[in-house]
Design a protein. Structure first.
Length: 240
């Protein structure tokens, strides 16, 4: 292909070099650009320079053949033939029946748990100076609350029944009170309701006490075995 202008020649030459993967294409374009600059200094037109340089297809063929000769004359510095270079890599070294050279054959990590002396000491101190008296005291308070709740419920029911019977039976010989029967009924209902609230509080307190005990047991198990064997009441199973 014969071009007539500098721009057309250099553009066509660049495309041809890229399409044929000619090495040093940038330097080649610089050399031909210099030809046009030299021709301009000599008073030649762009068309005359293009005719002097010749057909781009022939130029490309020349560079392709030169690249092929360079590659053929390059020494093989790899030290291996083609078959050896493409050979599969050697298997990882084996020691016994386990392969240690590759990550997927790494030896399994040990899951053995080692208790910490500091944590064990801290747990013993808590047991002696805190839990030894705090848990019995808390249990005593909860038992007293349960007793009060039962007492209020029983007393309220008794007053309510007495007030209700007073409408039909004369209980003046058994019960001496300044309240009229209707007042006894309402007073009994009030005591029973208060006892019911104390019963609910007692149930919540027992539940909380059990969860505290579970937490303490889990703390000891975590220190000595690294695991928490129990889960608190009313909570979903936690991922340890």
């Amino acid at each position: 292909m014969i071009c007539t202008t500098k721009t057309e020649f250099l553009s066509s030459l660049r495309v041809a070099l890229e399409n044929n993967n000619v090495a040093d294409s940038r330097d080649i374009l610089t050399d031909f650009r210099q030809h046009f600059e030299d021709g301009e200094v000599a008073g030649e037109t762009e068309e005359e320079v293009c005719r002097k340089l010749g057909d781009i297809d022939e130029i490309i063929k020349q560079y392709i053949s030169e690249d092929a000769e360079k590659k053929a004359n390059e020494p093989d510095t790899s030290g291996f033939g083609a078959s050896e270079a493409q050979a599969a890599p050697p298997p990882p070294p084996q020691y016994g029946n386990v392969q240690y050279a590759s990550p997927q054959y790494a030896a399994p990590k040990s899951d053995a748990f080692t208790p910490s002396a500091g944590k064990i000491t801290g747990t013993i101190i808590l047991d002696v100076f805190v839990f030894s008296w705090a848990l019995p005291a808390l249990a005593g308070i909860i038992v007293a609350l349960i007793g009060v709740a039962v007492s209020f419920v029983c007393t309220g029911l008794a007053v309510f029944v007495a007030g209700a019977l007073s409408f039909f039976v004369d209980l003046s010989g058994f019960i001496v009170t300044g309240f009229v029967p209707l007042s006894l009924v309402f007073f009994g209902i009030m005591l029973t309701a208060l006892g019911g609230m104390l019963v609910i509080a007692s149930v919540c307190s027992v539940r909380g006490f059990i969860n505290i005990c579970i937490s303490i047991v889990n703390m000891h198990a975590k220190v000595f075995t690294g695991r928490k064997p129990f889960h608190k009441i009313g909570r979903s199973k936690e991922v340890e």
